[in-house]
Unconditional design. Structure first.
Length: 263
């Protein structure tokens, strides 16, 4: 089974010290490539350094909404440089998060809009985070003029109506371990609506361990196989088919070099 984990935080403190063993376990589970996400400039630089070391790792660069208030004056110039590196495949993760409001909503919206403008100028794909802010996220995305087909909604949590709105924009939708949770029936109904060619899977490790390993304190890319199995049930197909389709989608969407990822 060929799997690609399109979103995990390998440079998080719970994973980075053990990253070689983590990636060995991922490979044993059929995960041939991972995309290392970033939440701030420091993590973006660390993700790039790791991706330069590992042919099975690609990376993102971006400022998460939680960190918007701390973005330095030159953050866009620094992201511009990071996004120009060959191992960088998208700008992210960026967006809005009104659940915690670790950064004021006004700062979140400004930094989100600025990063969308940068992505449009650079012609980069975007990995989107949205939590309890779906309407504002869509409004700012539409205002940016960035093509919807250049956007993936990572760790999607909206129901069927939200999925339809994202799909109407042309976006791709990625599902994490949340889709496996017992209380996520509405999310599984949304997953059943996504066209085959706009579906991705991820772990968001070290967070969001899926069933049946939800008690695992530190999630790992190897567990993306459980997400694939859950989506297979929701979509009336096989885990093998989900793995093959989402891997092909990841290679195409992010422009991954299949010779380096093992594909």
């Amino acid at each position: 089974m060929r799997l690609i984990d399109t979103h995990c935080h390998l440079c998080h403190g719970r994973l980075r010290p053990h990253v070689d063993a983590v990636l060995d376990r991922a490979r044993a589970a059929g995960v041939e490539a991972v995309i290392c996400a970033a939440a701030d400039l420091q993590e973006s630089a660390a993700a790039l350094a790791l991706a330069r070391e590992r042919p099975d790792v690609a990376c993102l660069a971006g400022v998460h909404p939680h960190d918007a208030k701390d973005a330095p004056a030159d953050y866009l110039a620094r992201l511009d440089r990071l996004c120009g590196e060959p191992r960088n495949v998208a700008l992210g993760e960026i967006g809005l998060d009104y659940h915690y409001n670790y950064s004021p909503p006004e700062a979140q919206r400004r930094v989100f809009a600025e990063q969308l403008a940068l992505a449009r100028r650079l012609g980069k794909r975007v990995v989107m985070h949205t939590r309890e802010a779906f309407d504002d996220t869509l409004a700012i995305l539409v205002e940016s003029g960035l093509p919807g087909q250049d956007v993936v909604f990572h760790s999607f949590t909206e129901g069927p109506a939200g999925a339809a709105r994202a799909l109407d924009l042309g976006a791709t939708i990625s599902f994490s371990g949340i889709v496996t949770f017992a209380g996520a029936a509405d999310l599984r109904r949304a997953a059943a609506l996504v066209p085959d060619d706009r579906l991705l899977i991820e772990t968001d490790a070290p967070f969001l361990s899926p069933e049946p390993v939800r008690k695992m304190k530190t999630n790992e890319p190897a567990n993306v196989a459980h997400v694939a199995a859950c989506l297979a049930g929701a979509r009336g197909t096989t885990p093998q088919r989900i793995a093959e389709q989402t891997a092909a989608n990841a290679v195409r969407f992010f422009g991954l070099d299949s010779r380096r990822t093992g594909g």
